[in-house]
Design a protein around this ligand. Structure first.
Ligand code: PAF
Length: 287
């Protein structure tokens, strides 16, 4: 596996792979890789001739009061995991490589914004202003750097997936977006790099997200179609769990992310809850 810190060398390696007739799959990550990322890497490895993982903790998607400096950084373990999965190229740039400072300026910067309007505003967007602008901007750059045929993302980040799909459609990126199912711990907790922030009791309390989603799915299967009733029950489950603070619990259309009043197959139930120091998200598509 090549570990490549520069944009130019990555583009060169990917172009060579393409010239040799290999399809390119990319898994964009911020590192602290876990079983959720592994499922994306496995899919890229199985489906593409040249598998690329990007590892970059992107500062532009963190708000001023967010956890950028504390975000887990486990480079050696991440590189080992990629090697075990036979990844061809790990792109691991510095902040300056991704956002070169303007002439005369000391710090990294970007003057170009990629704003996916409407889809970036509700749900997490309402609590993390500018977050999806940062995500769309860096993913657009990563696509131009790694030139993928297919890019892999996790369903846990449902809003991120909707934003990226729309950006790809609006800007005609020649890339297929594959969204892989959420990977869960045996007790249902969705895998997340932020689970590392949880102490043992908080880890236990964090199960309320999955409990609320499971109860919602059960109500839907029993014939309940009123979104308000299901959301009220989810609210009851989460707010009844000590040490939690709800950012939102919502039932929305999976592509427009607009709220629905009546549940149907395909409706996205999504929630974000603060549990101790961690802000956790989870979701489920009703079927
Ligand atoms: O999902 C993530 O880890 C990040 O938002 C991404 C897509 C790698 C962009 O920094």
């Amino acid at each position: 596996m090549q570990i490549v810190p520069t944009v130019a060398a990555t583009q060169h390696a990917v172009r060579a792979a393409r010239a040799a007739g290999r399809t390119v799959g990319v898994v964009p990550t911020m590192g602290a890789l876990h079983a959720g990322h592994e499922s994306l890497i496995r899919a890229a490895r199985a489906e593409c001739g040249f598998a690329v993982v990007t590892l970059f903790v992107n500062p532009t998607q963190f708000g001023p009061a967010e956890d950028l400096s504390k975000y887990p950084r486990t480079f050696e373990a991440d590189a080992d995991l990629c090697r075990r999965h036979n990844v061809d190229l790990l792109f691991a740039p510095t902040v300056e490589e991704m956002y070169p400072p303007l002439p005369g300026a000391a710090s990294a910067s970007s003057l170009t914004r990629v704003e996916v309007e409407r889809l970036s505003e509700p749900l997490c967007g309402a609590f993390r202003p500018g977050h999806f602008r940062g995500v769309a901007g860096v993913v657009a750059k990563l696509f131009n750097i790694t030139l993928p045929d297919v890019a892999y993302f996790g369903q846990k980040d449902a809003q991120q997936c909707a934003v990226i799909r729309r950006m790809v459609a609006d800007l005609n990126f020649p890339v297929t977006i594959r969204v892989m199912p959420t990977v869960r711990e045996p007790d249902g907790l969705a895998m997340s790099s932020r689970n590392k922030y949880l102490g043992p009791q908080e880890r236990q309390n964090a199960l309320c997200l999955y409990r609320a989603l499971s109860r919602a799915r059960e109500m839907f299967r029993q014939g309940q179609r009123r979104a308000d009733d299901v959301l009220a029950e989810m609210n009851r489950i989460v707010s009844g769990t000590p040490g939690t603070k709800i950012d939102y619990i919502a039932a929305v259309h999976p592509q427009t992310l607009e709220p629905v009043t009546s549940l149907a197959e395909g409706t996205l139930l999504a929630l974000a809850v603060r549990v101790g120091p961690a802000r956790l998200i989870d979701n489920l598509v009703l079927e």
